[in-house]
Design a protein around this ligand. Structure first.
Ligand code: ADP
Length: 424
């Protein structure tokens, strides 16, 4: 296998979003959970996205894990690596974007690296180095109140300069609009001035295509799924990748199908209400979950009695008031962890009962389930909803299986049935 593109993603659902984007652009893509073990046999693909959980851990650990992923990807032929970050630049002054970027750049030998979280398809644009979320600057968006990485500065040149040991420059929209050679000239000028990274403006997809083309001159870039779009289109346009049609090799799995929801987002709550009309739904009791293991056993008994008849959904999801009440009583982290682990235990029981088609709602919930089931990698298939693909397990000891992992607010009102329809 010689990879045309290697990616290192700092969280699992962001990795799926990127893998989905690459697949839509025609790259056959595998998403791995962590750095693959040498024994893992991967299908012949154009891109591998290594998913890490490195966004909010200690910077030195994030650097170590990212360098391991980089080494694996380079050893499998990737001449360009995208370090995939969140399109809202989730980070703090301690990192982890700057420290990981510095380390990967040193390993790559590049003198300067292009950086942009722009992803116009989801309203993330960058102008004069300032990140906008929809119509407002980052520091006025809901990200200003993020529990882990509150973003108080929309100027990414400043934000990155606080995290990185390198000087940070700007390639502005005027240079981008003039085309690839103007960007190259500006980068050369910045590198000469001692900059190790350049934030680059992008407002529309065609700009990302120009940026992707220039980024491919280098060995490393930093960005979100929008940068993935630019790189993928650049690889196809240059003939380095012959586009594949997504999902063509996805054969049916069959057998029982189950859905699990741990997301309490408005979209998920509405999707659960909708699906109650068409399948049996078990609502878990969050107090019972915090109290012990009996609730998982109750859920599995119920599932075993129902999965033979058709799809089922098991949900811990509750309304914001109920979530706040539970958190106030048990602590936010303890309550969240107990529920994630209970849903992971239920997923294990469902697999033992023969389920090989699973739909999971919730980013953290998905991470807990995938880790518990020990799934090493996924081949990315057709798109169920924007940013949510069907994932076919690769190299899993339990055999053939498909999953859909949805982060909170993704998907249309009938998401669960939409997913099941694409998971025969
Ligand atoms: P999302 O993608 O919507 O953010 P996540 O799975 O990432 O969903 O996060 C939801 C969090 O809420 C998880 O930690 C989950 O365990 C927790 N949770 C689920 N149900 C409840 C509940 N009823 N009360 C409190 N917390 C809950």
């Amino acid at each position: 296998m010689t990879l045309a593109l290697g990616c290192i993603a700092d969280d699992y659902t962001g990795a799926s979003d990127l893998a989905n984007m690459l697949t839509r652009c025609g790259l056959r893509t595998v998403q791995t959970i962590g750095v693959p073990n040498d024994a893992l046999a991967l299908p012949d693909v154009d891109a591998v996205v290594v998913s890490l959980k490195s966004r909010s851990i200690e910077a030195s650990q994030a650097v170590t894990r990212s360098r391991e992923a980089d080494k694996w990807l380079r050893a499998h032929g990737a001449s360009h690596i995208l370090f995939k970050i969140c399109s809202t630049f989730d980070s703090t002054d301690a990192g982890n974007i700057g420290p990981v970027m510095d380390a990967l750049r040193a390993d790559s030998g590049d003198d300067i690296v292009l950086v942009t979280p722009a992803f116009p398809g989801t309203g993330r644009t960058v102008y004069q180095g300032n990140l906008f979320v929809g119509s407002v600057p980052l520091n006025e968006s809901p990200l200003k109140d993020h529990p882990l990485n509150p973003m108080h500065d929309s100027n990414l040149v400043r934000v990155l300069a606080r995290q990185s040991r390198s000087r940070i420059g700007l390639v502005d929209l005027a240079a981008v609009a003039k085309g690839p050679d103007a960007i190259r000239a500006r980068l050369a000028e910045l590198a000469k001035q001692g900059a190790g990274a350049a934030v680059i403006d992008a407002v529309f997809d065609p700009e990302l295509e120009v940026i992707g083309q220039v980024a491919l001159d280098h060995r490393l870039s930093v960005g979100a799924s929008g940068m993935g779009l630019g790189l993928a289109r650049g690889l196809v346009a240059s003939g380095k990748v012959t586009p594949a049609s997504s999902g063509s090799d996805h054969k049916a799995i069959g057998g029982p199908v189950a859905c699990l929801a741990g997301s309490c987002s408005q979209a998920t709550l509405a999707q659960i209400a909708q699906v109650e009309k068409s399948m049996p739904v078990l609502h878990l009791d969050p107090e019972e979950i915090v109290a012990g293991e009996a609730e998982a056993e109750r859920a599995l008994e119920w599932a075993r009695a129902n999965i033979g008849k058709g799809p089922v959904l098991i949900a811990s999801s509750s309304t914001p008031d109920q979530v706040s009440a539970l958190q106030a009583k048990h602590g936010r982290d303890a309550a969240g962890h107990a529920i994630e682990q209970t849903l992971a235990a239920i997923s294990e029981g469902l697999v033992a009962a023969g389920v090989r088609r699973l739909v999971i709602a919730g980013g953290e919930t998905s991470g807990a389930v995938v880790d518990r089931l020990g799934i090493p990698a996924f081949l990315v298939g057709p798109e169920i909803a924007a940013g949510v693909p069907v994932l076919r397990c690769v190299g899993w000891g339990k055999g053939e299986a498909v999953m859909a992992l949805k982060s909170g607010n993704f998907g249309g009102p009938d998401f669960f049935n939409d997913a099941i329809r694409l998971m025969p």
